[in-house]
Design a binder for this molecule. Sequence first.
Ligand SMILES: Nc1nc2c(ncn2[C@@H]2O[C@H](COP(=O)(O)OP(=O)(O)O)[C@@H](O)[C@H]2O)c(=O)[nH]1
Ligand SMILES: [Mg+2]
Ligand SMILES: [Zn+2]
Ligand SMILES: [Zn+2]
Length: 213
Amino acid sequence: MHKIDLQVGKDIYKINKEIANKIRELLDEKGVKAIDFMGSIGSGKTLIIERLIELLKNEKKIGVIVGDVTGDDDYKRIKKYGVQVVNINTGKECHLDAHLIEHAIENLKLDEIDLLFIENIGNLVCPADFELGSHKRGVVISITEGDDMVRKHPLIFQISDFIVINKIDLAPYMDVNIDTILKDIERIAPKKVFLTDAKSGKGIRELAEWLIN
Ligand SMILES: Nc1nc2c(ncn2[C@@H]2O[C@H](COP(=O)(O)OP(=O)(O)O)[C@@H](O)[C@H]2O)c(=O)[nH]1
Ligand SMILES: [Mg+2]
Ligand SMILES: [Zn+2]
Ligand SMILES: [Zn+2]
């Protein structure tokens, strides 16, 4: 059911922010901490969420909202852990927005969740403009995308609370300098950085500990 619909003439970013604030209030009331993951297609967002679930599922009740343009591939990957999960298909839209999250949350038992992960659509541009009501926002990039991702997409890194540089296991095969990425982050968006290899799970514990504290 649509609780809020677009009012002509009202700024869409402003409306989004209002809904996001409302979502955050509801989550606070229910004792849910939400973290949203942005990043390119294939950077490893889903695998990182899977690894976080493996590490945290005994101490935290976890819920997940997965956003994809179409299909339920990521939904199935999360579902197998037996956690609450909701799939959002955006159709043509290249980002999630707070209104979509508001509806997704209607399908979650928030009283039975401590930690809510949200996976955004793979995109380093417009997700930055749409807060989702989470408590922390992060971007996942992988070293296979090259070492110029941060300077090419400064905004998404600047509005984030943390940055994950994933697939560090592939560094030896790539002509990519991790120091270049780290220097760009320092210069453009000095945020908390995690280096991970989600395939083996390396670096995930540090990320998990930071996220739950
Ligand atoms: N070698 C390696 N592969 C990874 C790593 N993280 C993810 N992958 C692989 O990269 C592909 C895309 O990962 P996925 O989690 O679906 O990315 P998403 O599109 O951002 O959700 C999958 O085949 C993963 O198994 C990593 O750290 N190292
Ligand atoms: Mg995914
Ligand atoms: Zn609606
Ligand atoms: Zn978009």
